[in-house]
Design a protein. Structure first.
Length: 257
C-alpha cells in the first residue's frame, strides 16, 4: 500500500473518531451568542448560541452520509447500466441517456432541481449521484468489455455458462476493485459539490447542518467572529484531503500493478 493511501486512511480515521467522540460528549446546550472557543464550548457558539462542537459533529456526519449514499447509488446504477450494454437495443438506450447526462452541467442541474422542488435529503442525494453516472458507467462498460475478451471468460461462455453466473464468477470480482477506486473519487466530488450547494444556500436546513451550511452561516461574521467559518472550513479541507490521498494512493497502486 502506498504511503499516500496510508496517510489518507489514518487521517480519515482520526477525523471520524474525533467527531464520534465530539458528538457523544458535546452537550448541544446553548450558551451566550457568538461566544469564542472556551472550555465549555471548545469551538465557540454561533449567532443563536448553539454549541459549534455539536453542530460541527452533526455537519460532519450529515456530509458523509449524503456523500456515501450518492456514491453507493452511482456505483450500483453504473453496474446495472454497464451490464445492460451487452444487449444491442439496451446499449443504444443507455448511450443516449449517458450522452444526455454528460451534456448537462452537474452543478447547474442540481441548482435547478433544488430551486424548483426545494431542498430535501432524498432529492439532494439524487441530484448529486445522477451526474456521476455517465463516467462510472463508461468505465465499468470498458472494463467489462475487456474482461469478456479474456480466454477463461470466453471458455466459460462457450461451455454454456449463463450470463448471470458468468458475471458473478468472472466479471464482478475483477470489476469491483476498479469501481471502488472510482467510487472514492466520486465520494470526493460529491462531498465537494454538496458543500458548495450548501454554502450557496441550496443544501439542507439548519436542523440538518452540513459543513457548507455552517460556512454559509459563518460568512457574515468572518471578520468579527471568524471561528464560525474557520472551523467548518478547516475540517472540510481535512476531510477532502484525506479522501484525495486515499484515492491518489489507490491509483498509484493500480498503475504499479
Amino acid at each position: 500500500m502506498r504511503t499516500e493511501r496510508k496517510i489518507g486512511i489514518v487521517l480519515f480515521s482520526l477525523l471520524f473518531l474525533f467527531f464520534v467522540v465530539l458528538l457523544l460528549f458535546s452537550s448541544g446546550k446553548t450558551g451566550g451568542r457568538l461566544s469564542v472557543p472556551s472550555p465549555e464550548h471548545i469551538f465557540g457558539t454561533d449567532q443563536f448560541g448553539r454549541d459549534m462542537a455539536f453542530l460541527l459533529s452533526r455537519g460532519y456526519f450529515y456530509s458523509l452520509l449524503i456523500s456515501f449514499l450518492s456514491t453507493l447509488l452511482a456505483i450500483l446504477f453504473a453496474l446495472v447500466l454497464s451490464s445492460a450494454m451487452g444487449d444491442k437495443v439496451l446499449s443504444s438506450v443507455v448511450r443516449i441517456v449517458i450522452i444526455t447526462l454528460r451534456a448537462l452541467p452537474p452543478l447547474l442541474l442540481a441548482l435547478f432541481f433544488l430551486s424548483l422542488f426545494g431542498s430535501s435529503f432524498s432529492l439532494l442525494v439524487v441530484v448529486l449521484f445522477i451526474p456521476r453516472l455517465p463516467a462510472l458507467t463508461l468505465i465499468a462498460e470498458k472494463k467489462i468489455t475487456s474482461l469478456m475478451k479474456e480466454e477463461y471468460v470466453l471458455s466459460s461462455s462457450a461451455m454454456g455458462m449463463p450470463r448471470l453466473m458468468l458475471f458473478h464468477r468472472h466479471i464482478i470480482p475483477h470489476l469491483l476493485p476498479v469501481m471502488f477506486n472510482q467510487g472514492i473519487l466520486v465520494f470526493f466530488s460529491v462531498l465537494l459539490t454538496e458543500s458548495s450547494l450548501s454554502f450557496l444556500g441550496f443544501g439542507l436546513s439548519g436542523k440538518t447542518p452540513t459543513f457548507g451550511y455552517l460556512m454559509n452561516e459563518g460568512m457574515e461574521y468572518l471578520l468579527t467572529f471568524p471561528h464560525m467559518m474557520l472551523f467548518p472550513a478547516i475540517f472540510l479541507f481535512l476531510t477532502l484531503f484525506s479522501v484525495y490521498l486515499i484515492w491518489d494512493g489507490g491509483v498509484a497502486d493500480s498503475s504499479s500493478h
